[in-house]
Design a protein around this ligand. Structure first.
Ligand code: TYM
Length: 329
């Protein structure tokens, strides 16, 4: 049995990247492992500090977690800020995190370009808070998308550094994980890199079927292949990447063959893709609304989660304090 920790920032509705990069793994792993899945509301403050939306967004992500099939009896589901022990571990780990290594992080370099007027210290130390989330429960597996690989490498470095500085074998070295295969990066349908909220190219679990059909039909493609077996244009490759996660292998093989024979009609591909996305999202969407409105249930879930997470967290923080030399008078 592995100890699994992962989270998603509470910056709004979840998109297909969140689902296939993270949430689907949570659901698959929850029954066989010791799992902690949380909503990273502290992390959301580095980019989206809005008191009017903070709680609403946490509630939204929580409802989507549950609607997608996360089981609060099987795993510990909690809100990051309900477990303040994480802030102490974050502080302690920051004492051994070097500014140079934090400044070199790709996500930090991206963010300082995106939000020039708000280059806050939270952005710089984002990887330390993420490491604290993970090490707080001494996790060894962290289900995430490919974009989080570097943060996991830093988490391992912080764990190794702590162990070696204090001559202990305390923290495990956690690895990024995708259930049974490589880490995934779900692309956007605008011909660009990854699907993301800030990229404005998301297909959301919350989107109605008509919205999904419309977004998919508008996806960027090329003029069509002109030579047999030619390399796909990046935008077309992106459609196939999404097709591979939502459709059957037969469907993928059918369209691959059509592309290879230069007989592909992108309209047909998009129609199929939209229907297969809807088959994944619709059952989830239908449950979101009911769960979102069940205040009593949500209250029960987060309280139960906070209690279980704090039990594990306070044990770690007490042990870390002892290792570092804090003593009671
Ligand atoms: P966030 O909210 O940016 O992303 C949440 C999860 O969704 C995955 N993801 C994707 N996967 C594949 N393709 C995409 N286009 C795509 N977009 C997003 C991310 O890889 C991630 O798994 N820093 C984390 C939140 C976090 C966390 C943690 C995760 C905070 N503390 C501790 C694990 C363990 C993040 O990127 O959130």
């Amino acid at each position: 049995m592995e100890t699994v920790v992962s989270g998603i920032r509470s910056t709004g509705n979840l998109h297909l990247g969140n689902y296939f990069g993270a949430l689907r793994n949570f659901i698959k792993m929850q029954h066989e492992n010791r799992c902690f899945f949380f909503i990273a509301d502290y992390h959301s403050l580095t980019t989206h500090p809005d008191p009017k939306l903070l709680h609403h967004n946490v509630r939204q992500v929580l409802s989507e977690y549950l609607a997608a099939g996360l089981d609060p009896e099987a795993s510990t589901i909690f809100v990051q800020s309900d477990v303040p022990e994480v802030t102490e571990l974050y502080l302690l780990l920051n004492m051994h995190a070097y500014v140079g290594e934090l400044e070199k992080t790709t996500s930090f370099k991206d963010k300082i370009r995106q939000q020039k007027n708000n280059v806050n210290a939270g952005l710089l130390t984002y990887p330390t808070l993420m490491a604290a989330d993970i090490l707080l429960h001494k996790a060894n597996k962290v289900p995430v998308g490919k974009d989080q690989e570097q943060h996991l490498e830093m988490t391992r470095n912080f764990a190794k550094r702590f162990n070696s500085l204090y001559s202990v074998d305390y923290f495990p070295e956690p690895t990024a994980y995708n259930f049974g295969s490589e880490l995934v990066k779900i692309p956007g349908l605008d011909g660009s890199g990854k699907m993301g909220k800030s990229e404005g190219n998301g297909l959301y679990l919350f989107d109605e079927p008509a919205v999904i059909r419309k977004k998919v039909m508008k996806a960027v493609t090329d003029q069509g292949p002109t030579e047999p077996n030619s390399v796909k244009h990046e935008a077309v490759e992106n459609l196939f990447t999404i097709l591979k996660v939502v459709s059957t292998p037969d469907t993928v093989a059918y369209f691959e063959e059509k592309h290879n024979n230069c007989e592909i009609r992108y309209g047909d591909l998009k129609k199929q893709l939209a229907e297969d996305i809807i088959a994944v999202t619709e059952p989830i969407r239908e449950r979101i609304f009911d769960i979102q409105n069940d205040a009593e249930y949500l209250h029960k879930v987060v309280n139960m989660g906070a209690e279980k997470a704090r039990e594990s967290a306070s044990k770690t923080v007490a042990e870390v304090r002892e290792i570092m030399g804090f003593k009671k008078f």
